[in-house]
Design a protein around this ligand. Structure first.
Ligand code: GLP
Length: 243
C-alpha cells in the first residue's frame, strides 16, 4: 500500500485528481470506478477544473459507481445518480450512456445486481477504483459483517451508516435503510485502487483498516491484500498511523 500524506483537504483533492488524470491520460478509454460521499467532492471539482483548462479529456472513459440507495429515484437530490450528475457528469459534459450507477429503483434488485456485475465485466473490468472510507470501515456500502461479499448485492445499512448519512437528509427517517453496492470481490478486482480520506474523524478507522488485522468486521482492511492501492489522506486522517 502506498500512503500519500497531504497537508489538507484541498491538497488531498488535487493529488487524487492528478492520479485519476494520469490514469486517463495514459489510457483514455479507462473504466473509472467512482464513489460518492463528501470526501471525493473536492477531487471531482479538481477534475472539472482540469477538463475546463483543457488539460484532461474524460470523453473516452466509462464510469461505474460503487453504490446507490434503494428506493431513491434518479432525480432525488440524495440519490447517488443525482450526486454524480451534480458533482461531475453534467459539469464535464460526460455522455450519460458512458456512466453507470446501480439502479436503486429496479423492480428486481437481484436481477439489477447481476446486470451490474455483467456490465462491469463486459466493460473489461475497472481500471481505477476511487473509494471513500466509512467511519465503521465500510467501502461502497459493504458494512461490517461475518464475510466478504463477492458481487454486487442488496445490503441493509447499519445504524451507524444511517446516522452518519442522516446529516444529508431532512430527517433521519428519510434515510433509506437499504442500498445496492458493488461487493468486496468487485472492488478487489479493480486493477488499481485509490482511497481518499480526510479529517480527524477518520484517523482511528484509517489506522484500524490499514494497519490492523484483515477482517470482514472492518471491510476496508481487505485492501491490504490488493497489489495496487494508493491512499491519499490529509495530515489529520493519517495522524494515528505509526509511520
Ligand atoms: C457513504 C458511501 C461511501 C462513502 C462513505 C463515507 O456511506 N456509500 O462510499 O465512502 O459514505 O462518506 P464521507 O466521504 O462523506 O465520509
Amino acid at each position: 500500500m502506498r500512503f500519500i500524506r497531504t497537508n489538507d483537504y484541498a491538497a488531498m483533492s488535487r493529488k487524487a485528481a492528478n492520479i485519476i488524470a494520469s490514469q486517463v491520460i495514459l489510457k483514455p478509454d479507462s473504466v473509472l470506478g467512482l464513489a460518492t460521499g463528501s470526501t471525493p467532492i473536492g477531487t471531482y471539482d479538481e477534475l472539472v477544473r482540469m477538463v475546463n483548462a483543457g488539460d484532461l479529456d474524460l470523453s473516452g472513459v466509462h464510469t461505474a459507481n460503487l453504490d446507490e440507495y434503494v428506493g431513491l429515484t434518479h432525480d432525488h437530490d440524495q440519490s447517488y445518480h443525482y450526486f454524480m450528475n451534480e458533482h461531475l457528469f453534467s459539469r464535464v459534459g460526460l455522455d450519460l450512456s458512458r456512466t453507470n450507477v446501480p439502479d436503486g429503483v429496479a423492480a428486481d434488485p437481484a436481477a439489477e445486481c447481476a446486470r451490474y456485475d455483467k456490465l462491469i465485466q463486459d466493460l473489461g473490468g475497472v481500471d481505477l477504483q476511487l473509494l471513500g472510507l466509512g467511519h465503521n470501515g465500510h467501502i461502497g456500502f459493504n458494512e461490517p459483517q461475518d464475510d466478504f461479499p463477492k458481487g454486487t448485492h442488496l445490503v441493509d445499512l447499519t445504524e451507524s451508516t444511517i446516522n452518519a448519512n442522516s446529516r444529508l437528509f431532512e430527517k433521519k427517517e428519510d434515510v433509506p435503510r437499504q442500498a445496492l453496492t458493488m461487493g468486496i470481490g468487485t472492488i478487489m478486482a479493480a486493477r488499481k485502487i485509490l482511497v481518499v480520506v480526510n479529517g480527524a474523524g477518520k484517523a482511528a478507522i484509517v489506522k484500524e483498516a490499514f494497519c490492523g488485522p484483515v477482517t470482514p468486521q472492518v471491510p476496508a482492511s481487505i485492501l491490504q491484500f490488493h497489489p495496487d492501492v494508493t491512499i491519499v489522506g490529509d495530515a489529520e486522517a493519517f495522524s494515528q498511523l505509526p509511520f
